[in-house]
Design a binder for this molecule. Structure first.
Ligand code: ATP
Length: 370
């Protein structure tokens, strides 16, 4: 096998019942996770939720208190970090400053006495479109270019699994967006398994095939980005991944197709298959861009939920869309995103409005907001 025994293709990663306790603190609790070979997987969560700890466990830089780690079906729980088919790209991607770019990228291969180290390193640099700068030193490159070198250096080893720990964190927004697309392209070209850790929900949704939302050391929900966005199951996911308008109420009737929830005397309907609970006290929600703003009370319709009247308390115009905050007595403040198709239709703070959304866009959670 070339490249020092590393895999040619990506491998599955499996975490089985992983717990990590630090003195006086449990960072990860009974974590089960399977990442299929060749996927771009994002672990998304707020600061301190345990993302980096999870990566360090997989890389072999930390030892789990309990549980097993399998890569490509092989138990590596007791395998030393340098013997695992894993590479990590961190936010601070220390390149060797005294070496040229090509020397930086070929360094690991040469140390492992891989025969065609230079050719492989040039190939990796072509992948990140930096081969023309191969003779330069790191200090002669921009931050984004250095980050791409770090990536080439990791990819050249053909690790079965590439771990990315906020690798774009140090880049400015524009470069970050560009690198997100490039990174995704590189992953689909090389076919390795990428595990990307980030607290940036937009970054996770843009890049990953599958996103796992992590909170307090546990995975709350996992799925394709569109799936998680369309149908969040918990209040945490509904508010961490995009924004949501959430309402607490009581189910007053339940049919084969929908539930009707009484929220402060208003009947709000949610499709049954989009609700996690069908009786008693429930929390339901709708995304801000699914809510329409009306200047006059809209006609009652079984296909729509209508609430109002309310008053616009805040308007923030952002070019392509406008965000409105609308206070409806009893319901509290709701957020509405409206596309700015015409400047004439903009509503203003203080205006009285009604809100509506198609029943099919509502969802019901399995828990309540914390
Ligand atoms: P961030 O995005 O801020 O890096 P994270 O999700 O990566 O956050 P971790 O670094 O995995 O979070 O840390 C998870 C929790 O475990 C934190 O509350 C942290 O304080 C704690 N923790 C991490 N390392 C140790 C340690 N060596 N000893 C004690 N507690 C630790």
């Amino acid at each position: 096998v070339p490249h020092g025994g590393f895999a040619e293709a990506g491998a599955d990663l499996e975490l089985v019942g992983i717990t990590k306790r630090f003195p006086g603190f449990t960072a990860i609790e009974k974590l089960d996770l399977t990442i299929p070979a060749g996927s771009f997987f994002a672990l998304l969560g707020p600061s301190g939720c345990g993302k980096t700890t999870t990566l360090r466990l997989i890389a072999g830089l930390e030892e789990p208190t309990e549980g097993r780690i399998l890569i490509g079906g092989k138990d590596v729980t007791a395998t030393k970090a340098y013997q695992r088919p894993v590479n990590t790209v961190f936010q601070s991607y220390a390149l060797f400053p005294h070496m040229t770019i090509i020397e930086n990228v070929s360094f690991g291969l040469k140390r492992r006495k891989v025969a065609d180290a230079n050719a492989l390193a040039h190939e990796a640099l072509r992948l990140v479109e930096l081969d023309h700068l191969a003779a330069r030193k790191p200090a002669q490159l921009s931050g984004g270019q250095q980050q791409r070198v770090a990536l080439a250096r990791a990819v050249v080893n053909r690790p079965a699994l590439l771990l990315l720990d906020e690798p774009l964190g140090a880049l400015d927004l524009k470069l970050r967006r560009q690198m997100q697309i490039e990174l995704k392209d590189i992953q689909s070209t090389v076919g390795l398994t990428f595990l990307h850790v980030t607290h940036d929900q937009e970054e996770a949704m843009t890049m990953a095939d599958v996103v796992a939302v992590m909170n307090k050391g546990e995975i709350e929900q996992m799925g394709a980005p569109q799936e998680l966005y369309e149908l969040p199951r918990t209040a945490f996911v509904a508010t961490f991944l995009g924004q949501s308008n959430l309402f607490m109420g009581r189910v007053t009737s339940s049919s084969g197709t929908s539930i009707v929830v009484d929220v402060q005397g208003r009947a709000i309907e949610v499709p049954r298959e989009r609700a996690q609970r069908h009786a008693g006290e429930v929390t339901i929600g709708v995304r801000p861009e699914k809510v329409a703003l009306h200047r006059d009370a809209p006609a009652e319709s079984s296909a729509r939920n209508v609430v109002g009247p309310g008053r616009i308390t805040d308007v923030s115009f952002s070019g392509v869309s406008t965000q409105y905050e609308v206070t409806v007595p009893g319901l509290g403040p709701l957020t509405v995103f409206a596309q700015n198709t015409s400047i004439d239709t903009l509503a203003h703070a203080g205006e009285e409005v009604w809100l509506s959304w198609a029943v099919e866009h509502g969802f019901g959670l399995e828990d309540d907001p914390a």
